[in-house]
Design a protein around this ligand. Structure first.
Ligand SMILES: *[C@@H]1O[C@H](CO)[C@@H](O)[C@H](O)[C@H]1NC(C)=O
Ligand SMILES: *[C@@H]1O[C@H](CO)[C@@H](O)[C@H](O)[C@H]1NC(C)=O
Length: 397
């Protein structure tokens, strides 16, 4: 007995020594879940934007295959997330969710096994109401513990939790119930709160989950995309490793915007430390789309270890400068032209947080070029209409 307890103490000390930094991280995050997930914004794919309810296990498998064969998974796109419409409208006699027999005949566990065998992760969807938004399947309200256990037993890695058809109580009442259920479920599951920004989830989301939607759903057009980016920007101070603002999933590749507009979309999501969840059909991607979503330098800005979300630091009409710190005393900058004409935009060191006389090297992360000129005090670029330039700036001596 005595020997056992001594061994136990030694074991505890070893564990504490090894994980001191993790403990500190968790204290900083004060996240009830403390699941260690989302140290950088999540990356992957979700079925909704392209397929809405037209989903089945075959296309989810093919999507997993495509993420690997295209090389996207190697770049970090590892979550394969099933959205609404995956379950039968009725629970079984014991109250369990049942995968829809006509579209997911092999069940979700088999799908998770397949996705895991590819080195990927499987995400699923439920709702803090009686039914999901499609009304074709139940929500988890009143069944939180049971559903969290079911998800864990299937090997689910990510839960998007929507807000439709609820009982009228506040999200701050309903969402913590699922947080606690996930804590008890015995498997770390990334928890994505999707209450559409209704009750300013940036103020309370970090205690409950790993990301929180700050906006209503995105549509595949320029105005919708920009307005999501704008609404999400307001909450920049609240993003940090473990908990991220979420302006909704990507529309890149779905056809509603020009190539330059999609470059703006991807740049703003990256610099805003937004989840990079692809919303196109990754089994059938054009060269242009591929060029955008595989840009390693832009992805690196999103995945930077500092986890600082960029802010709009200057606006002059349709011209904007977005900037955010990166690790290594670097700064990421987007020069955005929202207007209908080409224009010149100047970023001043004062505005973007670089000491006034610093000599700065600029890397154009879309041209993949380090500019020959070094800059002092400001950087000016000509930016086409509905386009942006994106740089990583680094003071040099
Ligand atoms: C592939 O994408 C192109 C357009 O990008 C579309 O015309 C075609 O129908 C798609 N093919 C399939 C099988 O979805
Ligand atoms: C940019 O910096 C240069 C060199 O320091 C200076 O001459 C110029 O006036 C600045 N331009 C703007 C628009 O601030």
């Amino acid at each position: 007995m005595k020997t056992l307890s001594v061994m136990f103490v030694i074991l505890c000390l070893m564990v504490m020594g090894v994980s001191a930094r993790d403990v500190q991280d968790q204290q900083l995050r004060r996240n009830l879940l403390a699941n260690g997930l989302g140290k950088t914004p999540p990356m992957g794919w979700n079925s909704w934007n392209h397929f809405s309810c037209n989903i089945n296990e075959k296309m989810i498998r093919e999507t997993a295959d495509a993420l690997v064969s295209t090389g996207l998974s190697k770049l970090g796109y590892t979550y394969v997330n099933i959205d609404d419409c995956w379950a039968e409208i009725h629970r079984d006699a014991k109250g369990n969710l049942i995968p829809k027999k006509s579209t997911f005949p092999s069940g979700i566990k088999a799908l998770a096994d397949y996705v895991h065998s590819k080195g990927l992760k499987l995400g699923i969807y439920s709702d803090a109401g009686y039914f999901t938004c499609s009304k074709t399947m139940p929500g988890s309200l009143g069944h939180e513990e049971q559903d969290a256990k079911t998800f864990a037993s299937w090997g689910i890695d990510y839960l998007k939790y929507d807000n439709c058809n609820n009982d009228g109580s506040k999200p701050t009442v309903r969402y913590p119930v699922m947080t606690r259920a996930l804590m008890k479920a015995g498997r770390p599951i990334f928890f994505s709160l999707c209450e559409w920004g209704d009750l300013h989830p940036a103020l309370w989301g970090a205690k409950l989950g790993n990301s929180w939607r700050t906006t209503n759903d995105i549509s595949d057009n320029w105005d919708s995309m920009l307005s999501r980016a704008d609404m999400n920007e307001i909450y920049a101070e609240f993003a940090r490793p473990g908990g991220w603002n979420d302006p909704d999933m990507l529309e890149v590749g779905n056809g509603g915007m020009t190539k330059n507009e999609y470059i703006v979309h991807f740049s703003l999501w990256a610099i805003s430390k937004a989840p990079l969840l692809l919303g196109c059909d990754v089994r059938n991607v054009t060269k242009d789309t591929m060029e955008i979503i595989t840009n390693k330098e832009v992805i690196a800005v999103n995945q930077d270890s500092l986890g600082v979300q960029a802010k709009k630091v200057r606006m002059e009409g349709d011209l904007e400068i977005w900037a955010g710190r990166l690790s290594g005393y670097r700064v990421a900058v987007v020069l955005l032209n929202r207007g209908p004409w080409r224009n010149s935009i100047t970023a001043e060191w004062d505005d973007i947080g670089i000491p006034p006389k610093s000599l700065v090297e600029a890397r154009d992360v879309w041209e993949h070029k380090t500019l020959k000129t070094k800059f002092v005090g400001n950087l000016t670029a000509t930016v086409d209409q509905h386009s942006c330039k994106m740089y990583v700036l680094k003071p040099v001596s």
